[in-house]
Write a protein that binds this ligand. Structure first.
Ligand code: THU
Length: 144
């Protein structure tokens, strides 16, 4: 399956998108001024959010998706990841960076799911399975 584009009004996961938007409001991004919010939805209906956190040592910035995964895993979550919403400040949807794809993949593979990643723009949401964003992924199963 590849990307599906839907207007936001037709999205089934409007609440998740809203959670990602709210998370972006907490962004600490004084250097890039590029606020990102992420929201993870799990099989039990729970939602965990994250936002990007930058640093005066620029290269140490933490992405929103990575912060969300870290928050969830720090609370003991090890699977059930069904959907991820990502909201950036641009009109065009943003997709998770390569490192975040790998971080999301760890949690997805642990729980045996292939979450849909909702990349939220001003007028459209691109819905892309993580396995499409990160094909042939290296993950926990690869270690044998
Ligand atoms: N950023 C994210 O939070 N997620 C992404 O998927 C792409 C980039 C952040 C990192 C940095 O704080 C800012 O956006 C500009 O790159």
């Amino acid at each position: 399956m590849s990307a599906i584009e839907l207007p936001e009004s037709e999205m089934p996961d409007a609440e998740l998108v809203q959670a990602a938007r709210a998370a972006a409001e907490q962004s600490y991004s004084p250097y890039s001024r590029f606020a990102v919010g992420a929201a993870l939805r799990f099989a039990d209906g729970s939602v965990v959010t994250g936002t990007n956190i930058e640093n005066a040592s620029y290269g140490l910035a933490l992405c929103a998706e990575t912060v969300a995964v870290a928050k969830a895993m720090a609370e003991g979550v090890r699977g059930g990841l069904e959907a991820v919403a990502v909201v950036g400040p641009t009109a065009d949807p943003i997709t998770p960076c390569g490192r975040c794809r790998q971080v999301l993949n760890e949690l997805a593979q642990l729980g045996g799911t292939d979450p849909v990643v909702l990349c939220v723009g001003a007028e459209e949401v691109r819905s892309i399975p993580l396995s499409v964003l990160l094909p042939h992924a290296f993950g926990p199963a690869s270690l044998g």
